[in-house]
Design a protein around this ligand. Structure first.
Ligand code: AMP
Ligand code: MG
Length: 493
């Protein structure tokens, strides 16, 4: 049985003050032998958590749910969702529970959630548990995204439970502690809308406005402004994903955070060689969530949100649909502008010219044809801007045909009062040298399953500085050799 201890986490739980049917009380399961894997002290400091990092036994107790800090009110949130296009009215936190919320050092409300701490009222046939692999994957990738400057949920802790988890084989069980601006999803709105509970939709929308979008309060139609603001953040987020070669892998509406943070790192993966059709997820057989499909799917997901909000947009249904369509029609433009801005910066361009879009897409086409590594190619381009020989870039291409002509156009466009060193330095702030490559994540997981966490820690440490070029981590920057390639990734279930 979980016991109680003195408060060192100052919880202030707003979600559990919402109506009862928004969630179910939850209780962490017993864990035989909790053992701390990693604790994110820098994030804990941001959150104002005063736990002693030296006391790993106690941290393991708390972040496996064995000890409930005073003020924690564990709940499982209710939500629905479209999974691969099919609506499931009853999902909810089946292997996660919200411990509570804290106000961080910057005054922002943040959720602290345990993932894999046992079954809840929403577990359906699942065990509510998490295997070590998916926990480490989420730890590595979510923290890497944060270091890349991309809005994301964060990793506070990972703990081994000492309990087995039965999947295709028996695996070590673990609990992941996730921090998010909130865990409210498009699917949370769908949960109430699907039940015809317009009051629920309104209560949730008001909570979201207060919590994430206070700026829309004064708008003429606050709910339309809310929809628009959520849509803009989603479009901008997906543009950022594309700019680092990220494939979320399972952009179901229950995996879309209303806050605009990247959430639910299941079968996610980063591109090695550039291929816009790339899919890693084993369950995404039709490529619904392929790299280049992500903006279109993002808009589709926002359309599902708009449907939920219709009764709030206008009393007259026809007018409400008109308002929703007006917002939805802007998604593409917002995405395109954000995408172009991100790739302009990657090419080192300042100002805006009509030819820029073509310059970017021609470069991507060359990369695709040349099977060029997405990350290393842009990084090599930084070096060319600084004066390195073209061969540095050509080395990334299996077939560099057409590259020389493109470089002439690029150099012409790059002109303008900056020194070569300045341009390179600027480009290197947006083109990472290091990303969490799939084969390295896999290597970290495999070693950890045999109780060797050293590579997991080395990789996690290195990924805190993705834009640095550190010779000590040169091996981590390299793409996989043929025998190291990961071709399939799996959901964390
Ligand atoms: P996800 O694939 O993480 O987006 O999860 C989709 C849905 O399945 C959510 O409602 C999860 O809570 C639920 N789920 C996933 N894994 C488990 C599990 N091991 N036990 C119970 N529910 C789960
Ligand atoms: Mg999910």
């Amino acid at each position: 049985m979980p016991g109680k201890e003195l408060p060192l986490i100052a919880f202030d739980n707003s979600y559990s003050r919402l109506p009862e049917h928004f969630f179910r009380p939850a209780k962490p399961a017993a864990a035989a032998q909790p053992q701390l894997i990693r604790y994110n002290q820098a994030l804990a400091d941001q959150l104002g958590i005063a736990l002693d990092i030296g006391d790993t036994a106690r941290l393991a107790q708390i972040f496996s749910g064995q000890v409930l800090p005073v003020g924690a009110e564990p709940i499982a949130m209710a939500y629905s969702g479209h999974q691969f296009g099919h609506f499931n009215p009853q999902l909810g936190d089946g292997r996660a529970l919200l411990l509570g919320e804290v106000i961080d050092q910057e005054g922002r409300r943040r959720d602290i959630q345990l993932k894999g701490a046992g079954p809840t009222a929403f577990s359906r046939n699942g065990d509510g548990l998490a295997a070590l692999g998916p926990v480490l994957r989420e730890y590595i990738v979510s923290e890497a995204m944060a270091a890349l400057g991309i809005p994301t949920t964060r990793a506070l802790a990972a703990v081994l439970t000492g309990e087995p988890v039965i999947r295709e084989t028996v695996l070590p069980g673990a609990v992941f502690t996730r921090v998010a601006a909130s865990h409210i999803r498009v699917g949370t709105f769908q949960y109430f809308a699907a039940r015809g509970d317009t009051d629920g939709v309104k209560t949730l929308a008001d909570h979201v406005i207060e919590r994430h979008y206070p700026e829309v309060t004064g708008a003429e139609n606050p709910y339309a402004a809310l929809l628009s603001a959520i849509s803009v953040r989603q479009a901008e987020l997906i543009a950022r994903w594309l700019s680092v070669g990220f494939i979320h892998g399972v952009m179901n509406t229950d995996n879309v955070a209303i806050s605009g943070e990247t959430i639910d790192f299941g079968p996610c993966a980063f591109l090695d060689e550039y291929d816009p059709k790339k899919v890693f997820s084993s369950i995404d057989q039709r490529g619904r969530y392929a790299y280049a499909n992500q903006p279109g799917i993002g808009q589709w997901n926002i359309a599902r949100l708009a449907e939920c909000l219709l009764p709030l947009l206008d009393e007259d249904e026809e007018k409400a649909v008109e308002v929703a369509n007006g917002v939805l029609s802007q998604f593409g433009d917002v995405f395109q502008a954000a995408w172009l801005a991100a790739f302009r910066a990657k090419l080192g361009l300042v100002g805006e010219k009509d030819e820029d879009r073509m310059l970017v897409s021609d470069f991507l086409d060359l990369m695709q044809r040349g099977e060029a590594d997405f990350t290393l190619t842009f990084r090599a381009l930084c070096k060319l801007a600084g004066g390195a020989d073209d061969a540095v870039l050509e080395a990334q291409f299996a077939d560099p045909a057409g590259l020389a002509d493109w470089l002439v156009r690029w150099r012409e466009r790059l002109q303008g009062g900056r020194s070569a060193a300045e341009i390179q330095a600027q480009m290197e702030t947006v083109n990472p040298a290091l990303i969490p490559r799939n084969h390295r994540i896999e290597e970290a997981i495999q070693a950890a399953i045999y109780n060797d966490f050293s590579f997991f820690h080395r990789l996690s440490d290195a990924l805190r500085k993705p834009f640095a070029e550190d010779p000590d981590v040169a091996d981590l920057c390299q793409p996989p050799r043929p025998e190291q390639r990961v071709t399939r990734t799996f959901c964390g279930t």
